[in-house]
Design a protein around this ligand. Structure first.
Ligand code: 5GP
Length: 206
């Protein structure tokens, strides 16, 4: 196959929809994708590991990263910063690997502006009631945080229009299967293949 740049996939969607679970299951199966580990200022949860789940930063460190333009996108979500390291994403795509981001919707919209050739996947809850149950049942958050996250979720659902694909998360296995299909289909897109072959021909003729 011809050398090509990797594709940037962005999985986003409302808080509590199960993005993290779907992403983890996808990575159990799909080993040739590269996950971009985010930076965050939020507290480490029990069982999380620095450099595996997130790179944990202080507010000062994070604001320094913003000032130095080292982030592809960032957002403040429930009073904490979250952001995607720019250099890792650019370098890994350049090396020909697909990169996968799992981020909230404000950040996804920034990526859409700066990187429109990315493939944007919106993970959708089966219903708002179901979404609420999942957030409440997680049991790791206070009432206030739950309410904040729900308010956020309602706004986020309205942002679905900006995405290329919508995957309903009624079943993790099925959702992961659909994301796998999206990844395969994107690699078969005529525009992508045609560009590569034209480049090959031009290189051969020059
Ligand atoms: P949590 O605190 O539950 O790990 O994540 C909270 C939210 O932040 C989730 O919706 C998650 O997808 C999102 N998130 C994780 N990393 C990033 C990132 O790098 N950028 C943005 N914008 N959101 C992120």
């Amino acid at each position: 196959m011809i050398e090509e740049k990797g594709i940037l996939f962005i999985l986003s969607g409302p808080s509590g929809v199960g993005k993290g679970t779907v992403r983890k299951e996808l990575f159990e199966q799909k080993t040739d994708l590269k996950y971009s580990i985010s930076m965050t200022t939020r507290e480490k949860r029990p069982g999380e590991i620095d450099g595996v789940d997130y790179f944990y930063k202080t507010n000062e460190e994070f604001e320094q990263l913003i000032a130095e333009e080292k982030l592809l996108e960032y957002a403040k979500f429930v009073n904490n910063y979250y952001g995607t390291p720019k250099e890792y994403v650019e370098k890994t795509l350049e090396e020909g690997y697909d990169v996968f981001l799992e981020i909230e919707v404000q950040g996804a919209m920034q990526v859409k502006q700066n990187f429109p050739e990315g493939v944007f996947i919106f993970l959708f809850p089966p219903s708002l009631e179901e979404l609420k149950n999942r957030i409440v049942n997680r049991g790791t958050e206070t009432e206030d945080l739950i309410l904040n996250r729900l308010k956020e979720a309602r706004n986020e659902i309205e942002m679905m229009d900006a995405y290329d694909y919508v995957v309903v998360n009624d079943d993790v296995e099925k959702a992961v299967g659909k994301i796998q299909s999206i990844i395969q289909s994107e690699h078969c897109k005529r525009e992508r293949i045609a560009t590569q072959y034209k480049k090959l021909l031009e290189d051969e003729l020059s």
